[in-house]
Design a protein around this ligand. Sequence first.
Ligand SMILES: [Zn+2]
Length: 163
Amino acid sequence: MKTDQNKVVSITYELREKNKDGEVLETVTSESPLTFILGVGALLPAFEAKLTGLEEGDAFDFILPTADAYGDYSENAVVTVPKEVFMVDGVLQEEMLYEGNTIPMMDEEGNKLNGVVTEVKEDHVVMDFNHPLAGMDLCFQGKVIEVRDATASELEHGHVHDQ
Ligand SMILES: [Zn+2]
């Protein structure tokens, strides 16, 4: 069966920065493959396009340029956040405020986004809201390990269910 819209696709891959010689950013093995419904917008559109029309067992090898991946790194996404933001019931949640910690936050419109603490100061922290893969060309090398039809309820929910 070929990968196509509304198929449940399982893949393994190695993700490297920039090209085949780049630093390994992520390894997805057959013990815990990435399984998703193609065409419901779960993954980057350019990534899904590259994975369309493949057969079970096919290997893939492609580079998503930054513009088709997570976009340019933006200095505007690095912001100063007052420590009061991290008060819960009047107590500052000091233990989460350390460099490198990723904290799930919400913007003024209620959108969820992750911020990484990059600096901790007396009364504020500096947080980076860029996607961790922003500013990078992404090189994927992997294999399609399973393709099946999505069930009606999977399509209704827009996500994969355990079989
Ligand atoms: Zn569901």
